[in-house]
Design a protein around this ligand. Structure first.
Ligand SMILES: Cc1ncc(COP(=O)(O)O)c(C=O)c1O
Length: 400
């Protein structure tokens, strides 16, 4: 029971406990292309502070009581209005539950539905955070081939039928249809319709993660998958992280009542942080739309800076995506490159990025790929950081 005189927990951890995670400081590079941060210079700090001050004057005494278990009702009303206006999604505030960012809503939906061994179908490269939640619940995650239009419907249907033939009904399709993370494309309307058709035909729910949808600075918006479904099988997740700040930790889930009931039970902790919700609600009601236009102008300039720097420093030795919105470029080096091996060398010259393999459901594909986020640094810094990264890749022989 003791180890070196200290109480030993090792044998007591439950079978459900995940592998321990290292603690300590998070190593961040000066040229930080690793994480999809918004532009730090654009954060609406004064506006948030005055929004909060106003809200506290009106409702501050209510902080003495625990928030509504689904989160601050006026903010849920704002979310329902926004979804109706921007995404053609018909939901009421009662259909919405707020969470810590959209990570917790994703967690709620996945915990509600996924058991060990369940098949979950998703894009061939997909957000690593969701992959780790799915891993936590023992999902058998299968990547579906994608091209610039999104998931290939034939490949998706084949994967559904294969799982069925194996006696395993797929539990869900997880997709990031708009500015897919990390690939950057937006799924076309035709593909969205095909996805809904396949999901309805085979009885597979869709988890639609739309946390980047507002960050469009080019091209045409495409309607949500949720709005194309008349069977009530889509669970929708959104976030304030990318349009205000990840530090606010505020996002939401809109789901059919059956799922919402379980999500409410899965979510512990008595509603989300009311302090944050008050600030975001007041700010969202007056300044958010203008803020989104402003940050999209900034992001377009940063995207252009990254594309230009890639062209200057990697030329024809690599290919990369040209996103019409959001925060990242998907880089593809020659086939034998391994961006996991060069990761530390890049950090040594103060450049951070996410190796491609981190986004692969099979855990091995994508070695020659990397995700480069341009939200955090200035255009000048982006130029310098990409030049340094190119030197690292060049020394490894990846740009020959
Ligand atoms: C596709 C996607 N979904 C969800 C999240 C979670 O973000 P948050 O919890 O801050 O909303 C991220 C974060 O980068 C993401 O890229």
């Amino acid at each position: 029971m003791t180890q070196g005189g200290r109480f030993d927990f090792e044998e007591l951890f439950s079978d459900r406990a995940p592998e321990p995670k290292p603690g300590g400081a998070v190593q961040r590079a000066k040229y930080d292309f690793a994480v999809a941060y918004p532009d730090p210079g654009s954060l609406p700090l004064d506006e948030l502070a005055s929004s909060l001050r106003g809200a506290l004057a009106e409702e501050g005494a209510d902080l003495a009581i625990y928030p509504h278990p689904q989160g601050y009702p006026p903010l849920r009303e704002y979310v329902a209005d926004k979804l109706r206006r921007d995404r053609a999604i018909e939901v009421t505030p009662d259909d919405v539950i707020l969470g810590d960012g959209s990570s917790q809503p994703l967690h709620m939906a996945i915990e509600a539905l996924v058991e060990p061994g369940d098949v979950v179908l998703t894009e061939d490269y997909v957000y690593s955070g969701t992959l780790s939640i799915l891993g936590r619940f023992g999902a058998d995650v299968r990547g579906i081939r994608c091209d610039q239009d999104g998931m290939d419907p034939d490949a998706l249907e084949e994967a559904v039928e294969l799982a069925q033939a194996q006696g395993r009904r797929p539990k869900m399709i997880y997709t990031i249809p708009t500015f897919q993370n990390p690939q950057g494309w937006t799924m076309t309307l035709e593909r969205r319709k095909a996805l809904v058709r396949i999901a309805q035909k085979h009885g597979v729910p869709i988890l639609e993660d739309d946390c980047y949808v507002d960050l469009r600075f080019e091209g045409e918006d495409v309607t949500s998958i949720h709005s194309l479904d008349d069977a009530g099988l889509v669970i929708y997740v959104g976030s304030f992280s990318k349009i205000i700040a990840p530090g606010m930790r505020l996002g939401y889930l809109a789901a059919p009542p059956q799922v919402l009931g379980v999500a409410r039970a899965v979510k512990s902790g008595g509603g989300v942080n009311q302090f944050t919700a008050l600030a975001v609600h007041r700010y969202a009601a007056c300044g958010l739309r203008e803020h989104i236009s402003d940050i999209n102008r900034v992001l377009r300039a940063k995207r252009d800076a990254m594309l230009a720097a890639l062209g200057e420093n990697m030329g024809s030795a690599a290919t990369w995506s040209r996103p019409e919105g959001a925060l990242y470029v998907w880089l593809r080096l020659r086939g034998d490159a391994n961006t996991t091996l060069t990761h530390q060398a890049a950090l040594d010259v103060d450049v951070g990025y996410h190796p491609g393999v981190n986004f692969a459901p099979d855990g091995v594909s994508g070695r020659n790929m990397a995700r480069l986020c341009y939200g955090y640094n200035t255009p000048e810094e982006i130029g310098e950081g990409i030049a340094r990264l190119a030197e690292v890749f060049d020394r490894a022989g990846y740009l020959d």
